[in-house]
Design a protein. Structure first.
Length: 230
């Protein structure tokens, strides 16, 4: 195709809203040459919109490709890490539960030496592991475990769903989730845990557990001492 015809075709395509890269696929010209041919070619609003939409679509495809890659890498890393754990022994579960309580449990203080066992968390998996630890390691009966839900007051209409959620997580009957602590709602909150996936925080208590809390404190000190961090 003669150069003059290539130039005419390039101008026609540009006026139709084609991008430089799209035009170069149809016309075998250097990009610098194409730039000279088209520098005085104006685009109508419709053609500009077409280019904008194509750029946006390309950006979205690129973002999706990056997201898919991140998800694939994350899955590969997590799958490998999961397989490294293997089967846990009773001793390992004992230590895991003790460390979990160290991080999230209520400790006895000089002003409150009678603090019973209380574990608070919003993570359902952490709650499940802690309950397994109480039942299997500490040999606490289900009758001595009770709960309290801490929930923001703007979720009162969702209370039934919240109670059903924690009942399913813990495998305890829904009647065990009658006690609610209402937290005052702030309109200008920056909390991320809002909406239908917000189920508040669950307190797990053990009745008559002052001495158990003292024993847990000893286990925590044992872990600390045997790690030789000082």
């Amino acid at each position: 195709m003669p150069k003059i015809q290539e130039k005419a075709k390039a101008i026609k395509l540009r006026k139709q809203g084609f991008s430089y890269s799209e035009i170069l696929k149809q016309i075998p010209a250097a990009k610098s040459t194409l730039s000279l041919w088209l520098r005085s070619v104006g685009l109508a609003k419709k053609q500009k919109q077409r280019l904008t939409e194509k750029r946006l679509a390309a950006a979205l495809r690129g973002a999706k490709a990056k997201k898919d890659y991140r998800l694939a890498v994350t899955k590969e890393i997590k799958d490998k890490a999961r397989s490294e754990i293997g089967k846990l022994s009773e001793r390992e579960l004992w230590l895991i539960g003790t460390a979990l309580y160290w991080a999230e449990g209520a400790k006895q203080k000089e002003h409150n030496v009678s603090q019973k066992v209380k574990f608070s968390n919003s993570d359902p998996e952490a709650i499940q592991i802690f309950l397994k630890w109480l039942l299997d390691i500490c040999k606490i009966s289900k009758e001595n475990i009770h709960f309290r839900i801490c929930l923001h007051e703007n979720n009162k209409e969702r209370l039934n769903d919240v109670r059903k959620y924690w009942s399913k997580v813990t495998q305890f009957p829904i009647k065990d989730f009658e006690k609610i602590d209402w937290k005052k709602h702030k309109i200008n909150t920056k909390r991320k845990n809002i909406g239908e996936k917000y189920f508040g925080l669950l307190d797990v208590y053990v009745r008559k557990s002052t001495n158990l809390n003292r024993k847990i404190a000893g286990w925590i000190e044992g872990i600390y001492n045997h790690c030789r961090v000082v």
